[in-house]
Design a protein around this ligand. Sequence first.
Ligand SMILES: *Cc1c(COP(=O)(O)O)cnc(C)c1O
Length: 221
Amino acid sequence: METAETRLAEIEGRIARAHKRFGALPEAVTLVAVSKTFGAEEIEPFLAAGQRVFGENRVQEAQGKWPALRETYSDIQLHLIGPLQTNKARDAVALFDVIETVDREKLAAVLREEMTRAGRDLPCLVQVNIGGEPQKAGIPPDEAVAFARRCIDVHQLDIRGFMCIPPADEPPGPFFAHLGTLGREVGLPWLSMGMSADFETAIAMGATHVRVGSALFGHRG
Ligand SMILES: *Cc1c(COP(=O)(O)O)cnc(C)c1O
């Protein structure tokens, strides 16, 4: 029977095999389990099975489930992987451990203010709209390097690297490779890329973090 434990072991095994065969970097790959839309009762078995790093795309939804789970599992690492409005930045800084979606100057400035206020300097990623899609969040690829440098030098954010969601209707490999090029240009170590359908390709292109939702939790209703 499929349980949280067997699904987790299967995905971890696939990550380890892809990393061993194709991994572009020696560092281990971190599995970010994307639990958006799933409730605490569906998340808990994954915590019991040992998973600690999770991704959520909405601040309010995450506020509704994670504080209670943290009372039992104090070492949870929560990543914000969805667009962040500046008026939610204070709540995001209080709840999350990593912000993966820094994508504009105003947000960088507000995050700096809120992190200083809270005394929390969270690791951040710059989200790149790697396919240049009008409906998607992220800084355009040709502005990403300069923006990341401004986040570091001007806003004093702890920028660790880049994150992207490539176009759904094209092979993702070249987009992952492009994100890797941007990361090397700034000299940043983290690349958050790859989801349920393409995380092995992302690992081959140097992903350090893969964000896997449906392959772990099942289809979102
Ligand atoms: C939902 C989501 C994922 C996970 O997608 P799956 O295809 O379910 O693995 C990864 N990254 C982001 C930014 C998401 O919003």
